[in-house]
Design a protein around this ligand. Structure first.
Ligand SMILES: Nc1nc2c(ncn2[C@@H]2O[C@H](COP(=O)(O)OP(=O)(O)OP(=O)(O)O)[C@@H](O)[C@H]2O)c(=O)[nH]1
Length: 296
């Protein structure tokens, strides 16, 4: 080595010859392009180090391969190209390549009734791997919604019936009186409890589309009570109606999502988890469901 040669420690032989499953970098900041939006993301990029005698991988080569991501719309094909570049730049060292992208997808959502709209953020992770020459892409998406307890709703209705019997026991029913009673807190004495709930969707993709927005839209349509953005009183009233028409235990929500995801052509398999952050209890109600598409 002369004075102008830079030492290359990664090229040295390892003192302990031992392969490693994943070596790379986590938390790399970069922009990505999804549905025409440039989003801030962080990337975890890695390869397996199968040559146990090699001291290290070439981190800079993985880092530079990520440049492709800020120039082209994110698709499964682009992810595959990036992973292939990881492997091409680590010939003889690595057989498997991994990339995780974490971002916050922003979707503009219209109000339920009023002519307003607002942005809603969806935390999303996109995980791609090229393992034993097999390519896989998985999405992790978080969707928030409201759930009103069907049991609580039934119990509240019963209390309202009892109150009705008491208040009108000895009175002939007058349409006007009943209407006023229905609109009063003295009449409608009980309300069911609701909670902000979240669905964690872990989806294995098939096909050439990332399908993020489609999957989110399908999930929200199946639930019927997605958390709103811009809200005026007319929207709040429509939301109250949506909650009343979509009373949900966590089991109901999990079943609805299961059916919606199974119907999606973009989905090959999924594991979903719904979490109802109970307002009745100090703990959560949780349900999970898995499914894998049968080979055609
Ligand atoms: N392998 C490895 N590299 C690290 C680590 N931490 C920092 N680096 C640095 O990452 C930098 C880039 O590594 P390489 O990609 O091998 O850089 P290079 O040798 O200039 O690039 P090539 O000529 O393409 O191999 C080096 O300066 C390493 O010291 C680590 O834990 N492992």
């Amino acid at each position: 080595m002369n004075a102008l040669t830079l030492p290359d420690i990664a090229a040295q032989a390892s003192r302990q010859a031992l392969p490693l499953d994943w070596v790379g970098m986590c938390g790399i900041a970069l922009p990505i392009l999804i549905d025409g939006q440039r989003l801030t993301a962080t990337a975890d990029a890695g390869v397996s180090l199968d040559d146990g005698t090699a001291r290290g991988i070439h981190m800079s080569r993985l880092y530079l391969a990520l440049e492709m991501l800020d120039q082209q719309p994110l698709t499964p094909a682009l992810l595959r190209n990036v992973l292939q570049r990881f492997l091409d730049s680590h010939e003889d060292l690595s057989k498997n390549a991994y990339l995780r992208l974490h971002t916050n997808l922003l979707l503009k959502r219209p109000a339920l009734v009023s002519p307003l709209a607002g942005w809603k953020g969806y935390p999303v992770s996109i995980e791609a791997r090229l393992e034993n020459q097999m390519f896989h892409v998985e999405l992790k998406i978080n969707v928030t919604y409201s759930s009103t307890c069907p049991c609580s709703a039934a119990l509240a209705r019963q209390l309202i019936q009892q109150q009705f019997l008491e208040d009108f026991a000895d009175t002939p029913l007058q349409h006007e009186d009943v209407l006023t009673w229905l609109g009063s807190a003295d009449g409608i004495v009980a309300t069911p409890h609701s909670q902000r709930s979240s669905a964690q969707l872990h989806v294995h993709l098939r096909g050439e589309q990332l399908a993020l927005t489609d999957i989110i839209n399908d999930a929200e349509a199946a639930l019927g009570t997605a958390v709103q953005t811009a809200v005026k009183r007319a929207d709040e009233q429509a939301f109250a109606l949506a909650n009343g028409q979509n009373l949900m235990f966590c089991e109901d929500a999990a079943r609805r999502l299961n059916l919606a995801l199974k119907r999606s052509d973009a989905v090959n398999a999924f594991h979903l988890k719904v979490i109802h952050a109970e307002s009745l209890h100090a703990h959560d109600a949780v349900a999970e469901s898995r499914w894998t598409r049968h080979p055609e």
